[in-house]
Design a protein around this ligand. Sequence first.
Ligand code: ATP
Ligand code: MG
Length: 288
Amino acid sequence: MPSSASPSSQPTAPTHALPTPFDSASCTLITQGAEAFLYRTSFLPHPSTPSSSAGNCALKHRPSKPYRHAVLDKRLTRARILAEARVLVRCRREGVPVPAVLGLDWEEGWVALEWVEGVTVRRGVDEFVNEGRGEEGEEGLGDRKKEREATLRDLMIRIGRAVGRLHAIDVVHGDLTTSNLMLRPPSSSSGVVRQSGSTSPDASVPITTLAGDIVLIDFGLAAQNALDEDKAVDLYVLERAFGSTHPYAERFLDSMLAGYGDSYKGARVVLRRLEDVRMRGRKKSMLG
Ligand SMILES: Nc1ncnc2c1ncn2[C@@H]1O[C@H](COP(=O)(O)OP(=O)(O)OP(=O)(O)O)[C@@H](O)[C@H]1O
Ligand SMILES: [Mg+2]
């Protein structure tokens, strides 16, 4: 979903009522979409869980909509929160890179997720490409340019593999955009990839590498028991997202598909399906 407060804007104090038991002193608003508010807050583990699990968490709040019928509203919120949490729990169990579910309350309309360090792929690619822009056209920088292209290709391969791991367990994401993919730095001590949303995000440190693991987030529209056709549509949505938000990176989409194609047994069949989906998409856009 498009967010009206982008993750790149400075985190702000919450302006909306927070769900119980959270308070504004401990929550920072990260983004605000049409359906959900995303806060960073701290998670206090239950006495039975290891204290190492204490730390930042992402609080996703789906506030009630006053224009919806109250009973329907509660039912919808509950269904969305449960659906998202169920898919995430299943993904975690099967080793798909997604944040852990730490807790939820459908009456209050929230789910707490493990905080993923790093930046969204959208932000990472944008900043990486902008960083390199000054170098283009300059003499003697041919090798640097090649290096940057290789870095982008490598990222695309990792994205394809991450989506492949999801599809391998017959789950489709339903909203594969570059804002719903996060790039988690290999180790926070390396300090090369800036940590978005850390307690003091340093906006002046440029993103100079796209190293790290891809973590899939935002499973509000995900579905289980997916068919090849659903998986192909998932890939098509991602291709389109790259085309509209990162036209420069669009030329590396073949690497994303190569990473996907090698990631699980049924992937090649899905890639063939993708060609049909693209064809239908083209026909539709020609007809208007
Ligand atoms: N677990 C997390 N760790 C760190 N940042 C997160 C996490 N989950 C979400 N974010 C940040 O918050 C932004 C919005 O989150 P998300 O995509 O889940 O919400 P949304 O698009 O508003 O949701 P929905 O479409 O389900 O209503 C992400 O793009 C990302 O920047
Ligand atoms: Mg999102």
